[in-house]
Design a protein around this ligand. Structure first.
Ligand code: ADP
Ligand code: MG
Length: 620
């Protein structure tokens, strides 16, 4: 008889459950503001005293509640937002668990005033624990006001775990700010101990971001917007020079719900690859729009974490969009020419947005070198506009070989030039394009804003690397068949490795036959590799691969992509003719990240006219 187990009183159960939803004042603020947003309020006011300990008040002019609903709202699992299991799969509101008001009233003294448009008077409720202490009518505009007093008054342990007022207030401010960014169409007023911390008019997205972060910061941001059928992403990313020392300034939303996701953070970070100094993190604001059926927001009571149906798709999507935005805006770290003084910082205005890239039908059609070169057509015979390089159709460029050569360099040259003459109306300008090779190592080219210097090896490496990665992800490799297949003899272990990696080599564009007895024959090589030294390249790639394998934990594909691009790329010391230089640069600017090689070293250095003027002491 003497049973030890009993069902706890609802009040106690509620108080325990409340801990999951309301961990600190900012979680109460978040829940209340979400309710106001779900009620469609055009204006929301948040008032806190003593970092929310003594008072949290949220006032909205949204839909309000009828008297019966107001009474129900404080019951656990009372919600107007979902009613079936199906609804749970398709959540379009911020709230849906029906536990916020129940939880808050379990651990604080709560006063609610609310009125719907159809009623003349509003309802006033005063609730403490599980009891309604007061229930009356009150005069009120349409909308809802909730006042939360003495949070955690009945849970001393919880109260003791709160941090300093400063920290708790910061957390509240963060919550309100995050919501205000996502809802620019809402007017916000936020005060702490009667001091106004945010006072935001209704704005466009840009206007809101400028208001919240200030004009200066706003200037450092690039707005972007990418829509696809299954997922869209829009927002702002910062130019690499304006990166932060912490991850605090990363604002991530899913269907306008503020969320945390290390996966997406990492995708953005990865997109900046080597553009950031160590220990720096990009500032970003990013809103993903995905069909609510394809995500689960009900992972945790705080609704901060989400689960995507297809994580790796989301990762790749974000990564490639951010990468492209950075590349299209020609962003790369400033090059300082004098110690201590940052010069040649890129301060030209951003010039093109995706979508208005000038492109004609005719440029769209073929993958021949001619179409690329004519697309590059230079109005002025001497200066290249980097934006034009970027603006051309990447796939077309990517489809043509960089060095359409056979072993004989003179033949190669005449072929390329012949091609140009045949197909490009601007043939003479190609030869007039101011481009030189110096020390058989760097390519100098005049650009509209000054001078560009390209490290030929690093440039080729970047091109090969991206091509290799793309090929591994199923693009068809391009192979140039060798007129004279090369027989290569390898050590037993290298032969074994070559055999193991053969499928990957083929994806890269190698055609080889294994003959046994440590002998293989190379019949074709990737289209982007200069013909002539395939034996050496194969051996070098294998060596590079072993080296990487020994020193790091790259996976096989990444390793091969890196060692291949490094070893197969032209070297310092390789002479290039004009057509090859032009082709190399065209291909470089068709890559995702032209400015850094796969090892993170710079590929391009630009010197602006202003920089040159400054160095020569010119004032004009
Ligand atoms: P949930 O938001 O998950 O539904 P809550 O406990 O936060 O659960 O709120 C319970 C219900 O109270 C909501 O579904 C909504 O109908 C109503 N409600 C709460 N706050 C407001 C508000 N500010 N304006 C209008 N209705 C509200
Ligand atoms: Mg809610």
């Amino acid at each position: 008889m003497g049973a030890k187990i009993h069902i706890m009183q609802p009040e106690l159960a509620n108080r325990i459950a409340a801990g999951e939803v309301v961990q600190r004042p900012s979680s109460a603020v978040k829940e209340l503001v979400e309710n106001s947003l779900d009620a469609g309020a055009p204006k929301i006011t948040v008032i806190v005293k003593d970092a929310g300990r003594s008072l949290i008040q949220v006032v909205d002019n949204g839909d309000g509640m009828a008297e019966d609903d107001a009474l129900l709202a404080f019951r656990r699992h009372a919600t107007s937002k979902i009613s079936s299991a199906q609804d749970l799969e398709n959540i379009r509101t911020l709230g849906f668990r029906g536990e916020a008001l129940a939880s808050i009233s379990a651990v604080a003294q709560v006063e609610l005033k609310t009125r719907i448009a159809a009623d003349d008077v509003g309802t006033l409720l005063r609730i403490e624990g599980d009891t309604v202490k007061e229930h009356s009518k009150t005069a009120l505009e349409r909308g809802t006001t909730i006042i939360v007093r003495n949070l955690f008054y009945n849970t001393p342990a919880r109260r003791q775990f709160l941090k300093t007022d400063h920290t708790e207030l910061k957390s509240i401010t963060d919550v309100v700010t995050r919501m205000a960014i996502a809802y620019p169409e809402v007017e916000w007023l936020y005060t702490s101990n009667d001091e106004v911390l945010l006072d935001l008019r209704k704005k466009s997205m840009e206007g809101r971001v400028a208001d919240v972060f200030g004009e200066r910061q706003f200037e450092s941001l690039i707005r972007f917007n990418e829509k696809t059928e299954f997922m869209s992403v829009e927002g702002f990313i910062c130019k690499p020079d304006f990166a932060r020392k912490s991850r605090v300034d990363q604002f991530l939303y899913l269907n306008r719900r503020s969320i945390v996701s290390r996966m997406i953070q990492h995708a953005v970070f990865q997109a900046y690859e080597h553009l950031l100094e160590k220990g720096s993190f990009p500032f970003f604001i990013l809103n993903l729009t995905i069909d609510p059926r394809k995500v689960d927001v009900n992972v945790h009571p705080s609704k901060l974490e989400v689960k995507f149906e297809n994580e790796s798709n989301v990762y790749r999507f974000v990564l490639s969009v951010v990468r492209r935005v950075l590349a299209e805006h020609d962003l790369f770290p400033a090059v300082a020419f004098t110690s201590g003084e940052a010069t040649s910082r890129r301060d030209e205005p951003l010039r093109f947005e995706r979508g208005n890239i000038p492109m004609t039908e005719s440029q769209d059609v073929s993958g021949s070198a001619g179409s690329i070169l004519s697309a590059t057509a230079l109005e002025s015979a001497t200066a290249v506009d980097i934006d034009e390089l970027f603006a051309r159709k990447r796939e077309d460029i990517a489809r043509t070989p960089i060095f359409p050569t056979r072993d004989d360099p003179t033949e190669a040259k005449s072929r390329v030039l012949q091609h140009v003459t045949q197909t490009s109306p601007m043939d003479s300008s190609q030869q007039g394009r101011a481009i030189w090779q110096t020390h058989n190592k760097y390519i100098l080219s005049q650009i509209r804003t000054g001078l560009m210097i390209v490290d030929q090896h690093a440039a080729h490496e970047r091109i090969l690397y991206e091509r290799a990665v793309a090929n591994f992800e199923n693009n068809l490799p391009f192979t140039q068949q060798l007129l004279f297949p090369q027989t290569v003899e390898l050590s037993a272990s290298d032969y074994g490795l070559a055999k193991e990696l053969q499928p990957y080599f083929e994806k890269l564009g190698f055609a080889m036959k294994l003959f046994g007895k440590n002998t293989l024959v190379i019949e074709g090589i990737p289209a982007d590799v200069r013909v002539g030294s395939e034996q050496r390249i194969l051996q070098d790639v294998l060596d590079g691969y072993k080296n990487n394998e020994y020193n790091s934990t790259m996976d096989a594909r990444d390793n091969l992509a890196k060692s291949f691009s490094c070893k197969a790329a032209i070297k310092a010391g390789d002479r290039l003719n004009t057509a090859e230089m032009i082709s190399l640069i065209d291909h470089l600017f068709a890559t995702q990240i032209p400015y850094v090689c796969p090892h993170g070293r710079p590929v391009v250095v630009k010197i602006s006219i202003e920089e040159l003027d400054r160095r020569f002491g010119r004032t004009s």
